[in-house]
Design a protein around this ligand. Sequence first.
Ligand code: CTP
Ligand code: ZN
Length: 155
Amino acid sequence: MKLELKIKAIENGTVIDHITANKSPHILKILGLPDGKVRNVTVAMNVSSRETGRKDIVKIENREIDHEELDQIALIAPHATINIIRDYEVVKKDKIILPNVITAIIKCTNNKCITNYENEPITSKFNVIETEPPVVRCHYCEKLIKKEDIEKQFE
Ligand code: CTP
Ligand code: ZN
């Protein structure tokens, strides 16, 4: 007999599924969880998945995810799906999409970049060069920022 661990279905909230294996701690960091208010957060790490071998899942009761959070999640888990649950049913399922341009959500790693000036810093802006693994280029100083440096910012 195959032993399988079933994770409880949620009544209302968001399920982030197909997260790159072992990246759920980054996703929780992005979402600011646990925050003492959101009650039930379930995390499954490194579980088997039909398509990709292994994945993580994050289930959050009574919490939605905003656009900025979605862009950040896309940088960490490009295959994630966002499932909106109402009364135990999946009412909406979206594949996550990394936009061509991202603003503000990460920092340029070049200390001398105009976006890192101490006085009058300006909002960071990056062009997405590759999505998998993610590579972005600073719009202002053209510094390339690779997966590892992006992920470090969410640790
Ligand atoms: N889910 C949940 N609570 C519910 C309904 C669904 O936690 N009341 C979770 C499921 O466990 C799954 C995800 O939400 O991790 C998506 O559910 P569903 O679309 O039913 O699963 P699949 O068809 O396997 O999804 P996909 O095709 O995206 O892999
Ligand atoms: Zn820069």
